[in-house]
Design a protein around this ligand. Structure first.
Ligand code: UDP
Ligand code: MG
Length: 322
């Protein structure tokens, strides 16, 4: 059963897992164990594990190096500081060599078994296989609601819709990875970029478990900025709103002016309220400040892109000795 019309793939395949890690010393062993359990019987899959150490300040790098001595599938990219998950993913994608590539979290919230189902779909000819979470019940209420609002707003105003309840956990064919690597922007909202490149896409469902060990690196403020990043990366709608809002406010004030003229003709001059004046002044002042803020947001992004700085800096790449 195939609906995809793409190239079908049989036989052996090389798979790269891209694993960003930031202070994950407690998660590593559990992750490697699960990976071994899932892939040791898969003779058709030859595995490469690309760990990107995103400026960890604990013993993550030492542990990785230690594991690499007995596990020749491990490659390690050590970034010069913490650049954030988005940049770390870009670094991993850049050096991954597999025919297929899957970004995966180290905390086992992206269950490795699901990758086997993804590969089945890829063999049918799909180039992207999304991991779709069937429930977010392990996320807090605040995270669920804010995520749902974010997707609604984003999909209303951005050109490419983002699939809801889909994270970075997905299978990508080599052609997709190569396409992603050609995108030049330095502020990288990966979910948006993934959606933007397109390609023949399908999804598999999975239940997202709770973090196996350690702490989440994303708090409320970081998620809020992440959402702003997503919207301003893929839509200029917030810039355009001000034209309409400005037109609306001018129309209303014009109507109000007419009303005053007519009323003065009929009733003569009186002293109108101070309150309505204050309201108009402060309301318009606020509106203008918000408008300037939005302009500033986009100007800032243009400024940062114009500098053409690299997305991340590598201190060193550790390849396995054998
Ligand atoms: N991560 C990273 N750099 C960061 C923050 C997170 O490489 O600045 C990694 C982290 O080590 C983990 C993955 O991104 O492998 C997902 O992070 P986390 O589990 O904290 O996010 P959540 O699941 O809470 O959204
Ligand atoms: Mg997590």
């Amino acid at each position: 059963m195939t609906h995809s019309h793409g190239t079908q793939h049989a036989g052996p395949v090389t798979l790269s897992l891209v694993v960003p890690v930031f202070n994950e010393e407690d998660s590593l062993d559990g992750f490697l164990l699960r990976i071994r359990q899932v892939f040791e019987r898969e003779a058709q899959i030859s595995l490469e594990l690309v760990f990107v150490n995103d400026g960890s300040t604990d013993s993550t790098l030492e542990r990785l190096l230690h594991c690499q001595q007995s596990n020749s599938t491990i490659r390690i990219v050590d970034l010069s500081r913490n650049f954030g998950k988005e940049a770390a993913l870009s670094a991993g994608l850049q050096i991954a060599t597999g025919q297929i590539v899957v970004p995966i979290d180290v905390d086992l919230q992206d269950p490795p078994e699901v990758i086997l189902q993804m590969i089945e779909r890829w063999r049918e000819g799909y180039e992207v296989v999304l991991g779709h979470r069937i429930s977010r019940r392990n996320d807090s209420w605040a995270k669920q609601t804010s995520a749902s609002w974010f997707y609604r707003l984003h999909n209303k105003i951005a050109e490419q819709t983002l699939p809801e309840n889909v994270g970075d956990f997905r299978l990508m064919d080599r052609c997709v990875v190569d396409a992603l690597l050609t995108l030049p922007e330095s502020r990288r909202f990966m979910k948006g970029l993934f959606a933007w490149v397109g390609f023949r896409t399908t999804q598999v469902e999975y239940e997202r478990p709770e973090r196996a060990a350690g702490q989440s690196k994303f708090n409320g403020w970081r998620l809020w900025n992440f959402a702003l990043e997503g919207i301003t990366s893929f839509s200029t709608e917030p810039l355009r709103i001000w034209t309409y809002l400005g037109a609306l406010v001018s129309l209303v004030s014009f109507a109000f002016a007419m009303f005053i003229v007519v009323r003065t003709l009929i009733h003569g001059v009186d002293m109108p309220g101070y309150a309505s004046l204050m309201v108009a002044v402060t309301f318009l002042g606020g509106l203008q400040l918000i408008g300037i803020g939005v302009l500033g947001e986009y100007l800032g992004r243009t400024y940062i892109e114009a500098k053409r700085r690299p997305v991340f800096l590598v201190r060193r790449i550790y390849e396995s000795k054998d």
